[in-house]
Design a protein around this ligand. Structure first.
Ligand SMILES: Cc1cc2nc3c(=O)[nH]c(=O)nc-3n(C[C@H](O)[C@H](O)[C@H](O)COP(=O)(O)O)c2cc1C
Length: 155
């Protein structure tokens, strides 16, 4: 089962989570981006605006990855403004059709809230039902342990 773990990250939490899932599932890992620098406070504010205004359209996976070469794709997305980040939504909208039939979502967030319903709503953008999803808290929580528990269900 060839697995690709994709992530967008602003402060490296989702990157760590997806690298751990890739390690456990024996998958490859790649970053997707819209090319915008979102570091610091101005980057945070820009991310909020991009989410609310839904302005992101340019998004790509780094490293010339061919999605068709994989049996399953696991998409890591931080939560921005109470839902999967705008860059992740843009990725699904743009490349969902090119993804294999098995697609999983991993969202990371600070709050105790479980974003399961909002993650599942990504299926509308994907155009098919996702194979599974997990909501992982990165603040005051052992998120590496939680990501390992999820990854083990895929082995
Ligand atoms: C613009 C923005 C909005 C956010 N909104 C939320 C939110 O609504 N709920 C939440 O729990 N965390 C929210 N967060 C926190 C991130 O989802 C969380 O810290 C995440 O694990 C960061 O992942 P990263 O380090 O890969 O960027 C937000 C972060 C940013 C930058």
């Amino acid at each position: 089962m060839k697995t690709l773990c994709l992530y967008y990250t602003r402060t490296n939490k989702t990157k760590e989570v997806m690298a751990n899932i890739a390690k456990i599932t024996g998958g490859d890992v790649a970053e997707y981006t819209d090319g915008k620098d979102r570091s610091g406070f101005s980057g945070y504010v820009g991310a909020c605006f991009a989410t609310v205004n839904n302005t992101i359209s340019k998004v790509s996976v780094k490293g010339g990855i061919d999605l068709k070469g994989y049996d399953r794709v696991i998409i890591g997305m931080p939560v921005w403004v109470e839902g999967p980040c705008a860059v992740g939504r843009a990725l699904i909208k743009k490349l969902g059709g090119a993804m294999p039939s098995e697609v999983y979502y991993v969202v990371t967030h600070m709050s105790k809230f479980d974003y399961a319903a909002k993650i599942k709503a990504m299926d509308k953008l994907l155009g098919k039902p996702s194979a599974g999803y997990v909501s992982i808290r990165t603040k005051n929580n052992d998120y590496i342990k939680d990501s390992a528990a999820f990854a083990k269900t895929l082995v």
